[in-house]
Design a protein. Structure first.
Lengths: 212, 1025
């Protein structure tokens, strides 16, 4: 199994189950044990997942990818020690970040539900032309990436969260906005669009949105 | 037939010496269908490699990569291991040798011993531990080292009973009555058809001459001592402590060439070939242990001539606090109080200096085995002038006695991959000799029928290993077992001292049967080395081998948390819980057998390719040899003689004739490969040759696509016809060209086009080629001034003698530094003669030398051939960053590609001398035959599969699969992805790309992994919603 086998779903599942951090170890670039160079895919997954984490208010450094060969035991120890130190600084996930505790699981679930779509976006739009670590890092740090992320993923993610929340029962825009930590105007906009798309409906009597 | 198998005195081959080379030879021979006796004089197999900490240039853990081979030998139905055994005599001739052996008494009845080590625990006598270079003590009764095969102790001569009949505590404490202190040596006679000699080497002993104070000054150790100090299983468990006070040395010196490149009494004139790089390895590891350590390396030429050695050297050199000092040294004195050691050395800038070090490591060279003369007498073989094995000048694996082959360092100083290559080559040569006997005595493993567990409830058995003290000292294994029993689905749990020992494995197999287990978790070390063994154990127990998982509580737990015992125990419980959770979802998977096409394809008709093809044909396998040129011979056509004096053209003509005449070799000239499809055992390669297109079906392929000579752009090459390359000089020498007759002065420049940023490797052959041509020139013209301008003379191994000979014959060697390379211009000398003027800064003289040459010869780099890139693309095999083929494992699979069924040899792998290419060509043929001799090829069960209903035909999986294992197929439901299980390598990248989870990597399914993730946190309250 290659580090490129690590699915976004695995990482999210671990956070959802209570992990304070997730560590992925991969072969050094250029030292792929297969011929697939899947470690670059692991790098992509890591960057993308960090973006998603940021979006739902989880500190991106709770996810770390490091390269190491089987011969680098001491490096592994150092890296893990450093990661643990970082996680201790950040504190436990459930009461760090200020995600408002109860929303975290919902938010992670919202991302998880979006994975098939995210995979398509990654494949079609997030292509890095050159297989080098620098190129991958530069791409994911670029304005272009930010723009693509905002255009293609951020809104979908907000809607995914809203729909999940509404599964629990009807909510007002203000409730949704507070529970998800989203700007009320943004929530309103999504409600309008989602209602046009027939995903939600507005219950005029109770002044709340519900799933359609 | 069955009777003769049971008869343990008849075999096909005896391999003498069970270091890595002997082990590899035994495994290849046994897999190719021969019955092998593997004879070793030490109490366990493994040789020197077992004593090393790590191996260069990848710094893989030496024992970790070697020990699985021990177990493979142990379990191989065609290998009989005879340790603590020496050969007394060899009678008869090729095809029918009668070998007399003496089995030394180890005072342990092997069949009864379980390897429990209770005897060692109670033994009251401490003796120096030879495995740890006498730097630690062991008991008089002890197991040679903890992973030993056989895992049986031996009683050393210091035993009180053996000395004075005083003590027999061990006899009393052994529950199996396995100790017999009256055992006597036994003689045995064994009849075999061939012998492979692989007795290895001894490290140079600096004591007799004693110019470096070894044995007198406590803090002077040899490099092999230092390996043990570095090693986690060494005297201080991997802490580098110096002998005098067991303190961490901070300032360490290494001295190169101890016992090598010396013509003084007691030294060896040759270069030991491996020391430069092992010292760099030791420096890198020392800095890993202690980043603050100050390391000084006193060296002569740095001989980084092997694959990736140059980068390794740079890696060591660029570490902070590491100094490479080019100087001869002598040991000054020992400080009586601090026990520090003073070294005296000199540099061009600062003259003679003295410096004090906490520890001094002697880079000792490689000697022939101690008893080499009696060894030669016993086997009736000749030795060379250095006391190593004398070999056929055109075949480095043949001794002077037909039927006796040689592999490993007994051939001369060499590194591990070369020793492994020669071992596989010995398989090929033995196969030629014993062609008609293949398979006659061989046996197959027979497993009990596999139980259908599909209707059973999940019944997990957990086996927790102490790994001697490795785990048991840290993790409370007893409480881990109790905890395991509390987990759902676990019906059995037990602990063991070494779960991997042969008898513990048998015990697991019977527990599986008795308790009706249908899932097994072994909590021990790493699956990287031990999974095959335990899977095999499951098969012995009658259940599918994939119903198994390894919980690594050693590398991932006890080794990293050695000081936190309680936490480590808790973590071990977590790891086991996760493993058990995954196991419950595991499904039986079938490996499948596909027919093996017994033909081979050899790409490249140079020396290596021809040698491989002929070796295959001589073993009875059809070989298709594909050559792009209209003639066979490749680069060798341009080489006329070797440094050692071989007439290359005569040899080549003979080889070409044999190739053409052999009925099983089919040659295609002017051939281009246009397509390769298929997989191991069943390749189909399309070849266009001389206007015809044909498809060759073959089971294996050997890529021998060679290399090219770099066309220099430097030093006026191509602008002035007095500037030529070594190959062009050789051409002129052969033709007796006039320009050579009239020349008064000739200059050679080394390292042209390599050892530089864009070609960061050493071309290995150029120093030898320069010496060869210089000596030839000298022979023709005693008056000629010959200068060789070099960076490091890399005349490794026995080639050092020619370096010395050239210097003795007034060839003048001038070293230059890369930052100040020679300058070349055309000029007119004081006599009005037009010359090529070479200006070079001599760092020793500290001044510029102006050399007026009639001819300037460039030692041009060896560069990868265009054909290699093309072959790599077609066969989907990787290239190294330098453009040479990338083998599967640098050390232990040097002629295999990671892709099954494809092998490599010759200069396409890396620049090499002709004999090295020949050895490697036999090696590749030997490896190919381990496959071709099988009737079927087995594919792994852990491959991907598509759930067609979920597949949306997006092609994401197909795009990422560089193995080309996935394709669209038409189905009643439309076009769907389909995985060819034979091509799938189980990396699972496609799984992470599939938007609909339609593609599943069996054995690592989402469900199995989610379960494992969930179990990691099952002791936590879930994140609240």
């Amino acid at each position: 199994m290659c580090s490129g086998r690590v699915d976004l779903a695995f990482i999210l599942r671990a956070f959802s189950q209570g992990a304070d951090g997730v560590f992925i170890g991969g072969c050094w670039p250029g030292e792929c044990h297969y011929v697939t160079e899947g470690n670059y895919d692991a790098l992509s997954t890591m960057h993308l997942c960090r973006k998603l984490m940021e979006q739902i208010g989880v500190h991106p450094e709770r996810l770390r990818l490091e390269w190491m060969s089987a011969a680098e035991g001491s490096r592994f120890t150092e890296v893990v020690d450093d990661f643990v130190k970082k996680l201790k600084e950040l504190g436990p996930l459930r009461n760090g970040e200020g995600v408002g505790g109860n929303g975290l699981k919902l938010k992670l679930e919202a991302v998880t539900r979006l994975i098939p779509y995210i995979k398509l976006v990654e494949r079609e739009r997030l292509r890095v032309p050159l297989k080098s670590e620098e190129a991958y890092n530069a791409f994911y740090a670029s304005d272009q990436m930010d723009r693509l992320f905002q255009e293609l993923i951020a809104d979908k993610l907000a809607v995914s969260q809203i729909l999940l929340l509404l599964e629990e029962g009807p909510r007002s825009t203000a409730d949704v906005s507070e529970m998800l930590g989203l700007n009320p105007a943004v929530v309103s906009r999504h409600m309008n669009i989602s209602s046009r798309q027939g995903l939600v409906r507005y219950d005029v009597d109770r002044k709340r949105y519900a799933l359609a | 037939m069955v009777d003769s198998l049971a008869n343990r005195t008849i075999g096909d081959v005896m391999v003498v010496g069970a270091g890595i080379s002997g082990i590899q030879a035994a495994l290849d021979l046994a897999t190719s269908g021969y019955r092998v006796f593997l004879v070793e004089k030490a109490p366990a197999i493994g040789g020197k490699m077992a004593q090393l900490d790590k191996t260069f240039p990848t710094n893989d853990c030496s024992m970790c990569i070697e020990s699985p081979k021990f177990i493979e030998c142990d379990r191989h139905p065609n290998i009989e291991i005879l340790t603590y055994t020496e050969v007394d005599s060899v009678e008869g001739k090729a095809g029918n040798f009668k070998v007399t052996l003496t089995r030394k008494p180890r005072y342990i009845i092997e069949d009864r011993c379980t390897g429990c080590t209770t005897c060692a625990e109670y033994c009251p006598v401490l003796v120096p531990d030879p495995f740890n270079q006498d730097l630690a003590k062991s008991k008089a009764t002890h197991i040679y080292f903890s992973q030993a095969v056989p895992l049986v102790p031996y009683v050393a001569d210091e035993c009180l009973y053996l000395k004075d009949k005083k003590c027999f505590i061990c006899v009393g404490v052994c529950k199996n009555n396995a100790i017999d202190l009256h055992q006597e040596a036994e003689r045995e006679e064994i009849v075999v058809g061939a012998i492979v000699l692989s007795p290895g080497y001894e490290v140079f002993d600096p004591r007799p001459r004693n110019d470096y104070g070894y044995g007198l000054i406590e803090n002077v150790v040899t490099s092999l001592d230092f390996e043990r100090l570095l090693c986690a299983t060494g005297p201080h468990e991997g802490e580098i402590l110096r002998p005098s006070d067991h303190e961490h040395p901070h300032k360490i010196a290494w001295i190169h060439c101890v016992g090598s490149r010396e013509v003084i009494e007691g030294g060896n004139s040759y270069c030991s070939a491996v020391c430069c790089t092992y010292i760099q390895k030791q420096v890198i590891l020392t800095k890993d242990h202690d980043a603050e350590a100050e390391c000084a390396i006193f060296h002569n030429d740095i001989r980084s001539y092997g694959k990736d050695f140059e980068r390794f050297y740079q890696r060591a050199e660029n570490l902070p606090g590491v100094r490479f000092v080019r100087s001869y040294v002598s040991i000054g004195k020992e400080n009586p109080e601090t026990k520090n050691v003073t070294i005296r050395y000199s540099t061009p800038h600062d003259g003679v200096q003295e410096e004090e070090f906490d520890l001094v490591v002697l880079g000792v060279g490689l000697n022939p085995p101690h008893d080499v003369q009696s060894l030669a007498d016993t086997f009736g073989i000749e030795l060379n002038s250095h006391g190593f094995c004398k070999t056929n000048p055109t075949n480095p694996i043949e001794t002077s006695r037909p039927g006796i082959f040689v592999s490993g360092a007994f051939l001369g100083p060499m590194d591990i991959p070369e020793a492994v290559v020669a071992a596989s080559g010995a398989n090929a040569l033995t196969g030629e000799l014993l062609r008609s006997r293949r398979g006659k005595l061989s046996r197959e493993r027979v497993y009990p029928p596999e139980r259908d567990v599909s209707k059973e409830d999940v019944r997990v058995g957990v086996f927790a290993c102490h790994c001697g003290a490795n785990i048991g000292r840290v993790v409370d294994v007893r409480s881990l077992v109790d905890y395991s029993l509390s987990l759902d689905n676990v019906v059995h749990a037990e602990e063991g001292l070494f779960i991997c020992s042969t008898d513990a494995a048998e015990q697991i197999a019977s527990t599986i049967r008795e308790k009706g287990l249908n899932r097994v978790v072994v909590a021990a070390c790493t699956p990287r080395t031990h999974e095959p063994l335990f899977r095999d154990t499951l098969r012995e127990g009658g259940i599918n081998q994939y119903l198994f998982d390894m919980a690594n509580i050693r590398e991932h737990c006890s080794w990293v948390h050695s000081k936190q015992k309680e936490e480590a125990t808790e973590k071990a419980k977590d790891i086991v819980r996760m493993s058990v959770a995954r196991t419950t979802h595991l499904e039986p998977l079938q490996e499948f057998d596909l027919p093996m096409n017994k033909r081979a394809l050899v790409v490249g008709g140079g020396l290596a390719g021809m040698t491989s093809a002929l070796a295959l044909a001589n073993q009875g396998f059809e070989a298709h040899l594909v050559e792009k040129d209209s003639d066979l011979g490749g680069m060798a056509r341009r080489i006329h003689y070797s440094l050692e004096g071989l007439d290359v053209q005569e040899y080549l003509r003979d080889l070409i004739r044999k190739v053409y005449q052999h009925p099983l070799v089919h040659v295609s000239h002017g051939a281009t490969i246009t397509d390769v499809s298929g997989y191991v055992g069943n390749f189909a390669t399309t070849v266009e040759a001389e206007g015809q297109v044909k498809t060759i079906h073959h089971g294996a392929a050997i890529l021998a696509t060679g290399a090219d000579e770099y066309k220099p752009t430097e030093y006026l090459y191509g602008e002035d016809d007095r500037v030529l390359t070594q190959l062009e000089l050789e051409e002129r020498l052969t033709k007796g060209d006039e320009s050579l007759q009239d020349a008064e002065s000739l200059v050679m420049i080394q390292c042209v086009g390599c050892r530089q940023e864009d070609r960061n490797y050493c071309s290995r052959v150029c120093c030898g080629e320069a010496l060869k041509n210089a000596l030839k020139l000298r022979e023709r013209n005693p008056e000629l001034d010959i200068y060789i301008l070099f960076r490091d003379m890399r005349s490794y191994g026995f080639k050092e003698d020619f370096y010395r000979e050239a210097a003795d014959k007034d060839v003048i060697f001038v070293r230059w530094e890369p930052q100040d390379p020679p300058q070349v211009e055309t000029a007119t000398n004081e006599h009005g003669k037009p010359v090529v003027r070479v200006t070079v800064a001599d760092p020793i003289l500290g001044q510029k030398l102006e050399l007026d040459a009639d001819l300037l010869v460039l030692s041009a780099a060896v560069i990868p051939s265009a054909g290699s890139r093309e072959a790599a693309r077609l066969f989907k095999v990787p290239m190294s960053p330098d453009g040479f083929f990338q083998e599967a494992h640098v050390k232990l699979r040097p002629v295999d590609f990671a892709a099954d069924g494809v092998f490599l040899c010759g200069t396409a792998h890396y620049p090499k001398h002709m004999l090295e290419a020949i050895s490697q060509a036999y090696g590749a043929a030997g490896r190919a035959v381990t496959l071709l001799s099988q009737d079927t090829v087995t594919a792994s069960g852990s491959v991907c599969e598509v759930r067609e209903d979920d597949c949306v035909s997006c092609g994401a999986c197909i795009t990422v699969c560089t193995y080309g294992a996935i394709e669209f197929r038409d189905t009643p439901k439309g076009k769907k992805a389909w995985v060819n299980p034979v091509l799938c390598k189980g990396d699972g990248l496609c799984n992470a790309k599939c938007p609909t989870n339609a593609i599943i990597l069996k054995h690592y399914t989402d469900e199995e992994l989610f379960c494992q993730i969930d179990a990691a946190f099952s002791d936590l309250a879930e994140v609240s919603t």
